[in-house]
Design a protein around this ligand. Sequence first.
Ligand code: GLU
Length: 310
Amino acid sequence: MGDIRSRGLNALLLAALKAHRDCTEGAPADYIPALAQVNPELFALALCTPDGVVHAVGDADHPFSIQSISKVLTLALVLRESGADLVIERVGVNPTGRRFNSIEAVEENCGRDLNPLVNAGAIATVGLVEGTAAEVWAKIAATHAGFAGRALPVDEAIFASEMEANGRNRAVAHLMRSYGAFARDADEAVELYTRQCAQLVTVRDLAMIAGTLAMRGRNPATGVQMLAPTDVTGVLAVMTSAGLYEDSGEWLFRLGLPAKSGVGGGLIVVAPGRMGMAAFSPRLDAAGASVRGMRALTDVAQALGANLFV
Ligand code: GLU
């Protein structure tokens, strides 16, 4: 029985992979020089079931940087450590409708009423983790390891490349700090944020992360409760309204599920209570989401009848 189901899921993933394999729309991120060198043909899909089994097809063992999907996990860390009120008050939980690295969104709202999934809000969220820089990094790394089910290495070349090119994130961090969003040194917050974005994952890791969110915060493979179910709903709410930046509304219309993109080409989609899904394909649309990843996972979700609004 399990075997039949497992073969069915693999076949479904394979069909979605094949259906979108030849699509060459979009382009890999090039504002971070190291990301521009990634092979754009790489393509992988994965799905994590409630029993913690990960089904994966395509280039499923190819490592890539997690980028903005890490924002979800540091939000989880701050919710666990300090509670939802701090996040709502200092960062906000509303979609900005702006690009992910918008300075205008910060200025318009005097550093408030953003969300933890745009760069400004994510850097502020990192800035809210308590402790020395070394302690903060240890907590961030442990949180990611707990969700993924294994320790994630940092790609030092990607980290260095983004540190060279992230003047905009530094500007946003200083603005956020000047508006009182967080007290940590702004450059230190940017460095911690950039390091978390440079952690390497495979599509299997992302499926496990999505699966942990789908299973009310309990990693379905290790059994470790990473986040209280009452905080998981908050994380999924922000992913639903802001996980795909300015395109969040359109994807909510099409996909009907919480999702988060990363400019490394990674993507997670969560079907609460049912499964976690993930994709990897480096060509991005204008909002910074994987083109083939979004399309393929929309097919998979539809085929499985997974939609919050059904
Ligand atoms: N590290 C990237 C940045 O700060 C993350 C953006 C993304 O993945 O959407 O620009």
